[in-house]
Design a protein around this ligand. Structure first.
Ligand code: SAM
Length: 392
């Protein structure tokens, strides 16, 4: 009885404090001198972007954003800086396969990407590689240092919402997935649905399989799809919504999809330092947190096995942790090769980093994949993403 009373009178340490303590310990080692500035940005207001609804009346919204709000479409802007790169939605052969792409204009100096210019100058052979990016996405952001917020979206004449507010860095895994017309796509951990919505906005998915283990989160996803996608495009042959444990997807389908997005549960670092609600650093969730890298590896492996030979997989998290990012990718690739005889190619994403470096602060030292670091002048992320191609 004495013990119980003593335990219940222990001061309750907020989970956000536990999160910060754990991050201070791990990330000061991982990021060294960069950690104080990342930490500060994590604790400050996150910046939002507006993903335009291509099924609504876009022209009016674009005009309003450009004229009144001084916001810009960062996807378009990045593309237009690569004039010889032709987006692959066009029916003509892809010009980018053969032609060198000129480099973008000089970026602002950044402690995170200080040698980008040297590394990626237009004459570098690396830049002659194609830059395969999912098409048709329009996403507006306010300039660096401008912390204006977008107003909540309104319904347009078709009663669809005009835009979806999201962290602009969340679009990078979808852009990187390089969805092309006619593709079959699996979004293995899809809820609440921001990336599924973006995948549909590419207008490329012949069939999109949307899965998440959580029924309540899938209900939120359904509401989002209702608000943004016309009914005639939400038919069962185009969209399939399931609630399976993604780790067992291979029992349903193998070698099926052209593209697979594996946006796994993680320590959601920004949420964890700010919100008590549903915080994974709560003492009660210690075991769940410790098992995250294993769950993430199993989900990625499942995504790999669901992909057709010749298809691609993008793995993503909103955590800064190497244990949940590079280590998971490396382990899943190893298991796929040794236990399933699946050969994978790790795609070099430095061209994507160069393409979007005016909008995001990228970390330059990931062994595999790319990481967007929160920064006071561009407070997006964290967002880690890594692309794999399945050879056989
Ligand atoms: N992709 C979503 C988006 O952009 O809105 C966010 C996904 S969130 C980072 C991770 C999701 O994984 C959660 O919705 C969670 O319910 C789901 N999840 C967790 N364990 C899972 C499992 N074993 N199988 C499938 N989904 C799982």
């Amino acid at each position: 009885i004495y013990k119980k009373k003593w335990a219940s009178s222990l001061p309750r340490v907020p989970s956000t404090q536990l999160a910060l303590k754990s991050m201070d310990m791990n990330y000061s080692l991982q990021f060294g001198d960069l950690w104080p500035s990342i930490r500060l940005a994590l604790l400050c207001e996150q910046k939002y972007a507006a993903l335009l609804n291509g099924f609504g009346d876009m022209e009016k919204v674009i005009q309003e954003f450009e004229e009144r709000a001084q916001a810009r479409d960062f996807v378009y802007e990045a593309r237009s800086q690569w004039p010889e790169w032709t987006p692959h939605t066009d029916s003509q052969p892809r010009a980018d396969q053969d032609s060198p792409a000129p480099g973008p204009s000089d970026p602002e100096p950044s402690e995170f990407s200080d040698d980008c210019t040297a590394e990626q100058s237009p004459s570098t052979p690396d830049m002659k590689q194609p830059i395969p990016i999912s098409p048709n996405l329009k996403c507006f952001t306010f300039p660096r240092g401008d912390t204006t917020r977008f107003k909540p979206a309104r319904p347009d004449g078709l009663r669809l919402l005009e835009y979806y507010l999201m962290d602009a860095a969340s679009l990078l895994p979808v852009l990187t997935l390089d969805v092309r017309p006619g593709h079959t796509v699996l979004d293995l951990c899809a809820a609440p649905g921001g990336k599924s919505l973006a995948l549909l906005q590419t207008e490329c998915c012949r069939h999109l399989a949307i899965n998440d283990i959580s029924i309540s989160r899938l209900n939120r996803l359904r509401k989002i799809l209702h608000s943004y996608i016309p009914k005639n495009l939400r038919t069962e042959d185009r969209l399939r919504i399931t609630s399976f444990d993604g780790r067992h997807w291979r029992e349903i389908e193998r070698n099926t999809f052209d593209r697979v997005l594996v946006d796994v549960p993680c320590t959601t670092d920004r949420h964890s330092v700010l919100e008590e609600d549903n915080n994974i650093f709560s003492r009660l969730r210690l075991k769940e947190r410790q098992k995250l890298p294993l769950l993430q590896t199993q989900l990625l492996l499942s995504g790999i096995l669901a992909t057709k030979p010749g298809g691609s997989i993008v793995y993503s998290t909103c955590s800064l942790s190497q244990l949940q990012n590079e280590y998971v990718v490396e382990r899943a690739v190893e298991v796929a090769e040794t236990e399933h005889n699946v050969e994978l190619h790790l795609v070099d994403l430095s061209a994507v980093r160069t393409l979007y470096r005016n909008t995001f602060h990228f970390y330059r030292h990931c062994r595999v994949g790319e990481l967007v670091l929160p920064h006071l002048t561009a407070n997006y992320g964290p967002m880690y993403f890594c692309k794999l191609e399945r050879i056989h």
